[in-house]
Design a protein around this ligand. Structure first.
Ligand code: GTP
Length: 328
């Protein structure tokens, strides 16, 4: 199952017009990247959805991902564990849980083999972080998790540098530990309750990459990481044209974009159908679908909403532009 119901507030204005799981990373919607790496014998994908459910439904109606996809609606956001409980009727065996905004190089086949060998009610993927203060951190006894510390205030308070990487493999018995119909957090409530009840949870550290695409800076980092993992620096979508533009460091350009003569795109993402005028500069920025950047405009550390227009010659630094707005 994929947790795909949050509002994605930190990724606004992109998420004002598109649910976060459908926001493309390196030109492929995040949720599609998650589904495509599932082991072949995963036969069903259950999405726990509330915000912008219709857009997600529409996407899967028009895009065959080779598996049965079921959307389960939450009338109100139930939190991560509440969302898991809410899909109970759709699940009849061990199941993976994914965050709809995380991309990583976790090898799901090894993860599953580890879980099957160790037993217990669940296995949690772990990612080593230099500074554990912003993460859910594990205290381990060998491969067993013995305590969860959510966002330790100081580095000293953190029992390890192993953070919850957001992918789980759970046994259906976990459902019995989640109260129905109310908001519950799996990280803060359910996992600690399982340990308290003497049930076993294991941790599975992995290497490679792990990126959370949930904030503008981490979203850019996610694009860069996926691009580099594919051995590329620049990605241009189908139907995109440019006239002697400069792509600096790395750049992701969606489908049907037009980049004008002498423009510079540096460490940035242009989503589908963006127009960038002649000699314009887009640096460390995200430009939403169908937005237009005028000639000679300069965007630095900006997030431009879908269909917005940036006046020619305008200089914007660290600005969020609403969808369909006219910035002049
Ligand atoms: P922010 O508003 O920017 O914090 O983003 P978010 O709402 O997506 O929250 P967060 O990044 O913490 O969520 C992590 C993952 O869990 C995302 O894939 C969300 O879609 C999902 N998620 C968060 N809360 C809920 C919920 O109440 N229900 C469901 N179904 N999914 C949720």
């Amino acid at each position: 199952m994929i947790l795909a119901g949050g509002f994605g507030t930190r990724l606004r204005p992109l998420t004002l017009t598109c649910p976060k799981p459908l926001v493309p990373v390196a030109n492929v919607p995040i949720i599609r990247r998650i589904v495509e790496k599932l082991p072949d014998d995963v036969d069903k994908v259950v999405l726990a959805v509330n915000y912008k459910l219709e857009q997600l439904r529409d996407y899967f109606a028009h895009n065959d991902v080779g598996r049965e996809v079921v959307l389960v609606e939450e009338r109100q956001p139930l939190g991560t564990a509440g969302a898991i409980k809410n899909v109970e009727a759709e699940v009849d065996g061990p199941f993976f849980v994914f965050n709809g905004d995380v991309l990583d190089s976790l090898d799901l086949a090894s993860f599953r083999r580890f879980h099957e060998k160790r037993g217990g009610l669940g296995t949690i993927s772990l990612w080593e972080v230099p500074d554990p203060r912003h993460f859910g951190v594990m205290e381990m006894d060998g491969e067993r998790i013995v305590r969860f510390v959510e966002k330790p205030q100081t580095k000293e308070e953190a029992p390890s540098h192993l953070a919850n990487a957001g992918t789980y493999l759970l046994e259906p018995e976990v459902f019995d530990f989640i109260p129905a119909g109310k908001a519950v957090s799996v990280e803060r409530e359910t996992f600690p309750a399982l340990l308290q009840a003497g049930r076993r949870l294991h941790g599975f550290p992995f290497g490679g990459y792990w990126v959370d695409a949930g904030r503008p800076d981490t979203y850019l980092h996610a694009n860069e990481t996926v691009l580099h993992a594919a051995g590329r620096k620049v990605l241009l979508g189908p139907g995109t044209t440019h006239e002697a533009a400069t792509f600096d460091d790395w750049a992701v350009v969606g489908a049907r974009c037009r980049v004008g003569a002498g423009a510079t795109i540096a460490r940035s993402v242009l989503l589908d159908g963006v127009t960038v005028g002649a000699r314009a500069t887009v640096r460390d920025s995200i430009v939403g679908p169908g937005a237009r950047v005028g000639d000679d405009a300069v965007l630095v550390e900006c997030v431009v909403g879908e269909g917005a227009a940036i006046e020619k010659g305008l200089l914007l630094k660290n600005v969020k532009v609403d969808p369909a707005a006219d910035a002049s």
